[in-house]
Design a protein around this ligand. Structure first.
Ligand SMILES: NC(=O)c1ccc[n+]([C@@H]2O[C@H](COP(=O)([O-])OP(=O)(O)OC[C@H]3O[C@@H](n4cnc5c(N)ncnc54)[C@H](OP(=O)(O)O)[C@@H]3O)[C@@H](O)[C@H]2O)c1
Length: 341
């Protein structure tokens, strides 16, 4: 396993990390992802650690706290040798203040996460989304306090627009506070929006990308093909409408290219989709999701070899989409606005 710097920080994260979204399954949405309990979670974590994975990602809202609880129990006794990342901002309970990135909600959220995880610190604490109703200064001052107190090691954000992140970085710099070193973003062969604004920003500001849903929200699994029904066991039956929604034609075009590269390399569709991401600029870690040990082992193998440059450009071409404004205009003046890829 290769270990990469998380943005402008001294922290090394494994190129592949593990997403605990499948732990718990306490409601219909998360049950469709998976319902891994403590025993199975222990086994999956063992497999990850054996492969060199050092980062485990969860969030307070995953299965309403149950994912954190299961992760905490499953890593008991191993805490020193691994990194835990969790998130706050979204609503966990009713009430006007039980949501957002205010000081009130973050203090409550971090205490809840630490209790459920059974630990006294979080390695990477993410703002799960931008809260436009709380002053950025209040959020970052609170997060800086968490870092000073030792309850949080590094701070990161997720699902921010370019201006959300840039404004936050400027505020941190102005006051000398901890800055976001990572951005947890959706990026896949069928979700390339990250490349327009957020990737150039990440390069310029040295913010490491932690990639979520690298298989396009569970679509680039080799089980989704033109003219074929969804497999009986697939989270997409319940979750397809609640995440990224690429058109069928676009998805199939990319799947066709993945199939062609699979035939050439002898690797599986998910392995190729993950390896493509590992070769993109700014990517510090790709967070893999797996319903079971078989999927996990297959995905972990994606970090042990490399696609050739020709195979990467074949896949790039298949997933190409029209750039929205102003990116198509900037591309016409690439001499002064070099494309990141
Ligand atoms: N920050 C955010 O807003 C955010 C959002 C989403 C996720 N995340 C993080 O990212 C992690 C991964 O996200 P994700 O689960 O959506 O990732 P994904 O890689 O897009 O999808 C994973 C799903 O694909 C299927 N799969 C995976 N490997 C496979 C294989 N080798 N063969 C066949 N099928 C396979 C499984 O679903 P089936 O068995 O149902 O087919 C699995 O649950 C999450 O656990 C979470 O930590 C963060």
């Amino acid at each position: 396993m290769d270990y990469r710097q998380l943005g402008h920080s001294g922290l090394k994260v494994s190129a592949l990390s593990f997403g605990a979204g499948t732990f718990g399954g306490s409601n219909e949405f998360f049950r469709a992802w998976g319902d891994t309990g403590v025993e199975d979670a222990r086994r999956l974590i063992e497999v990850c650690l054996d492969a060199g994975v050092n980062l485990f990602d969860t969030a307070d809202i995953y299965s309403n706290g149950l994912s954190e609880e299961i992760l905490g129990k499953a890593v008991a006794g191993k805490r020193q040798g691994l990194l835990i990342s969790t998130k706050a901002t979204f609503r966990m309970s009713d009430g006007p203040n039980n949501v957002g990135s205010s000081r009130y909600h973050l203090v409550q959220s971090l205490d809840g996460s630490l209790r459920r995880l059974g630990t006294d610190y979080v390695d990477i604490y993410h703002m799960h989304g931008f809260d436009a109703t709380t002053p950025v200064e209040e959020t970052l001052d609170t997060l800086n306090g968490f870092v000073q107190s030792g309850k949080v090691r590094y701070i990161a954000c997720s699902n921010f627009s370019g201006w959300h992140l840039m404004k936050s970085l400027a505020v941190s710099e102005k006051y000398g506070w901890a800055r976001y070193v990572g951005h947890q973003v959706y990026y896949s062969l069928i979700g390339r929006d990250y490349e327009w604004e957020l990737m150039p920003l990440a390069l310029d500001q040295k913010v490491g990308a932690l990639i979520w849903s690298p298989l396009g929200w569970g679509r680039l699994t080799g089980k989704i093909r033109r003219g074929q029904p969804l497999p009986e066991v697939s989270r997409l039956h319940r979750t397809a409408q609640l995440g990224p929604q690429p058109s069928e034609e676009y998805t199939y075009k990319v799947v066709d290219a993945l199939d062609a590269v699979a035939a050439e390399t002898g690797k599986s569709v998910p392995q190729i989709a993950l390896n493509w991401l590992l070769q993109r600029p700014t990517v510090s870690t790709v967070i893999i999701g797996a319903r079971n040990e078989e999927q996990l082992k297959q995905n972990l193998d994606a970090a042990t070899w490399n696609l050739t440059a020709a195979q990467v450009s074949h896949l790039d071409e298949a997933g190409k989409i029209d750039r929205p404004y102003p990116y198509w205009h900037q591309a016409q003046f690439a001499e002064r606005n070099p494309l990141p890829v």
